[in-house]
Design a protein around this ligand. Structure first.
Ligand SMILES: [Zn+2]
Length: 281
């Protein structure tokens, strides 16, 4: 049987999309933007089956995680699995464990990155996150968790800023650049058809490399792990101090010592939930 491929699909890094009105389901622009998300997901799924995948699991990783509804699978090989909906323990990383190769599509730069479409980490209320003093965003957290499971990240797709983040952690991971931001909500976009062509090629190559024993190694992390989360508000950090074993690093920041990356990942999820939703004034 071919390798088990796990595909996490976020939205802010999809080709052509630049503005928050396109990423929020209640907004009128969302419906058309969602079509691009579905098209890129389908391209990657078709490519990995074509390259000989033995199992394909897609995890909807954006917002309420209902963007890729069951109907978006119509016409794809019927063995394609979709994890859809909210309340998943591992959120963006749900279903990762036990798979062989991770592909991260539609990803975006971490909070505080300039010239990155909709840069953020989890939500607007998270200022920064680090794992053993290395700054990470959603890409980094998921790449480290994949590493914990012994799983390489074969492909990362998003804007040019995301690519820089990938290269810093995993220089051998294949990247597809979908657009180059000229501000947080504006970019020079690459034609969506060109993006899909490049995704097809890169996803196939990632699977073929993996099957041949080539390609990137899993991202290592030394344990124990010091996870630090800084919030937009000091009130967020106050709330996050309810996490058992947490230490206050500074006004905005809380640190937690974790046994391994799975622990750190779940701690980050908990701290994000606790420390967000407070007004700036
Ligand atoms: Zn998202």
């Amino acid at each position: 049987m071919g390798p088990k491929i796990w595909i996490s699909v976020d939205m802010e890094g999809m080709g052509g999309l630049v503005d928050r009105t396109q990423f929020i389901p209640d907004e009128p622009a969302y419906t058309r933007a969602r079509a691009q998300m579905i098209a890129e997901m389908r391209t990657v799924v078709e490519a990995v089956w074509d390259a000989g995948a033995g199992r394909v699991v897609v995890n909807d990783s954006h917002d309420g995680q209902l963007n890729l509804a069951y109907d978006s699978l119509v016409g794809l090989p019927s063995r394609t699995e979709l994890i859809s909906g909210m309340g998943k323990r591992f959120a963006m990383a749900e279903g990762m464990r036990g798979m062989d190769l991770a592909l991260l599509v539609g990803y975006h730069g971490r909070s505080g990155t300039s010239h990155a479409i909709m840069d953020h980490t989890d939500s607007k209320d998270v200022w920064s996150v680090s794992v053993n003093d290395i700054d990470v965003g959603e890409f980094g957290l998921n790449a480290y968790l994949a590493g914990h499971y012994g799983m390489p990240v074969g492909l990362a797709a998003g804007d040019a800023a995301l690519t820089h983040e990938v290269e810093a952690l995993l220089p051998d991971t294949l990247c597809v650049v979908t657009k180059t931001a000229v501000g947080r909500r504006a970019a020079r976009v690459i034609h969506p058809a060109q993006v899909r062509d490049e995704l097809w090629e890169a996803a196939r190559r990632a699977v073929l490399h993996f099957a041949d024993g080539l390609g990137p190694r899993p991202l290592p992390v030394t344990t124990p792990i010091i996870l630090r989360v800084s919030f937009m508000t000091t009130e967020g950090a106050d709330a996050a101090m309810l996490y058992p074993g947490s230490a206050r690093v500074d006004g905005r920041s809380v640190a937690v010592r974790c046994n391994d990356m799975e622990h750190a990942y779940l701690a980050s999820r908990t701290l994000f939930l606790m420390g967000t939703g407070f007004p700036l004034y």
